[in-house]
Every structure is written in C-alpha cells, then in structure tokens.
Ligand binder design. Structure first.
Ligand code: 13P
Length: 290
C-alpha cells in the first residue's frame, strides 16, 4: 500500500504511534528564523507532507518561545499540511515548561549527559507538565556523537537496552531518542549505525524512536532505520550550512549594498532544495533492496 505522509491524525502523538507501526517517519528540521522556516514549509508543500520544525535552545532563547510559536502560526496559513513545532535538545526543565506554555507541540528534555537517575527525574518533571497540555515529550538515552560530545568507547555512547527500558517505564516519555552511532554535523567518516542495538531497543519498548544527526546519514541507512522503528528524524546541519554559506557568498559579492530581502530571495529556494532532497529520502515508498 502507498504510504501517505499527509494523513490526518487527532494528535501528534497519534501520528507518531501510527508512524511507528506503519514504518513512516516525520522529517524534522532545525530552523533558525523566518527564512529557513519558510523554506521548510515550501518544501513540505511541494512534497505534500506533514513536517516538523525544531528550535535549538539558543534559537528559543534569542527569539523566545512565544515569538517563535507565532511565527509558526503565521507560516501555517500557507501550509498544505501540518507544521509541528518542537524544542530540540533542551537541558532545562524550565525551558521545556516555557515552550509548553507558549504552544509548542513537542519538547525534548535531554538528560543524556546526566546519570540515568537524574535523566529519569528530569524527564518525569517534563512529562508531568506536558500531560495536561497534550504536548509530546522526547527523552534521550545514549549519546549523539559530534559537537564536543566525548566518548571513550562504544559503551559510552550506545544506548543500553536496560537503560532505555528503565527510562521508558519510569518516566513514560512519548518518544525516545537513542544513541546508536549517529553524529551531529558533518563527520569525517560516514556514521556507523549500530542496527543490532536499534533492533534490540525497538523490541524492548513500543515507543516511536528518534534518529538524531540526520545530516550525512546515507539514504539507505535512513530508510532501514525507519523500517526498524525510527519515527522521527532530526536534520539540522545541512539546512543551516546551506543558509549561511549561500548568504555569505552573496553578502560578500554585494558588499555595502547587501540588503536582506534581495539576498534571501536567492538563498531561500536553495534551502528549500536541500529540504526537498531530504524529504525524498525520508518519505520513501519503495521496499528496500538490501
Ligand atoms: P544534524 O545537524 O547532523 O543534521 O543533526 C540534527 C539533530 O540531530 C538535531 O537534534
């Protein structure tokens, strides 16, 4: 049967549960301002798909959750399908609460750098707060490599199945990010995904799983992960590097005459192109040939 990426659900949580069962995945893009936000929405329109946009904590701090929520409400007026807003990698329970109060659809409380007990405690606090607002909560177990995350051995970053189970059962997050070898940002080598561990985790808990470090994962690995339980994929670096590099090139050329709408009129379609390209990889129809 054709997979439908614009099917309506009563809630985002219902969408994630259905996606896990039907091997679909919600593509989620880190955005920084109104321009890349608009580019993601235009790409999703072209592909006729729901999409999620995510603010990293510095973006939420700078623009504020209140204003970003309004920006997303604004672009929804031009969206064919759902545009969900998520707070990504917050290490602060208070920041998650502020995002929930502002109308975010989903928040991530990232306690992965803490001991398991502390991670569970933080996750529980956010889950309790999010419940009445019907906001989805993402937790993390194991570590996503790159950006200064130090690991000494596989055991250091690979999510342990028993830890995942304990966090899921005690804190009851809706969706769970698991460290299985992917890295944030461009990496010198292709990331080596530990599919064996992913299989064990998917067997151990029914929650929709989240694949971080989406930039640079080969398409076939993305698709295989989706068939194994990954129901949300986070993609960031390819979006902001395209934005910054293309804008910088044009600003250098224009010099003192650089004017934001003229620069961004040219850059926005280029950001849109990379988002369309990633949506094509994530929203795949065909059976994998392995
Ligand atoms: P990339 O920057 O590697 O695409 O990863 C994004 C991410 O996982 C955000 O949570």
């Amino acid at each position: 049967m054709e997979k439908n990426f614009s099917e309506d659900f009563a809630s985002l949580l219902d969408l994630f549960k259905a996606y896990r069962k039907t091997e679909r995945c919600l593509a989620s893009f880190n955005v920084n301002d109104n321009y890349d936000l608009q580019a993601v929405v235009e790409a999703a329109n072209e592909m006729d798909t729901h999409v999620m946009v995510m603010t990293y904590p510095p973006v939420a701090d700078l623009i504020t959750p209140q204003v970003f929520t309004k920006m997303v409400e604004g672009v929804r007026l031009n969206a064919k399908n759902k545009v969900y807003l998520h707070l990504d990698h917050s290490v602060s329970v208070d920041q998650c609460k502020a995002a929930i109060d502002s109308g975010y659809d989903s928040v991530m409380i990232d306690g992965s750098q803490q001991a398991l007990e502390e991670n569970i405690k933080m996750t529980k606090q956010v889950v309790a707060y999010a419940k009445s607002a019907n906001v989805v909560v993402e937790a993390e177990i194991g570590k996503i490599l790159g950006r200064g995350v130090e690991v000494k051995s596989d055991d250091d970053f690979l999510a342990s199945v028993s830890d995942v189970k304990q966090l899921y059962e005690e804190a009851q997050p809706d969706i769970v990010a698991v460290g299985i070898g992917t890295a944030h940002g461009f990496t010198p080598q292709e990331p080596k995904i530990h599919f064996g561990r992913l299989g064990e985790i998917a067997e151990a808990i029914p929650a929709p799983l989240v694949l971080h470090g989406g930039t640079g994962i080969p398409d076939l690995d993305i698709q295989k992960s989706i068939t194994m339980g990954m129901s949300k994929i986070n993609i960031g670096t390819i979006v902001h590097t395209t934005y910054m590099q293309e804008a910088m090139k044009r600003m250098n050329e224009a010099g003192m005459n650089a004017y934001p709408p003229f620069i961004m009129k040219e850059v926005l379609p280029l950001i849109k192109d990379v988002v369309v390209d990633r949506l094509k990889a994530v929203n795949f129809q065909n059976e994998l040939v392995v």
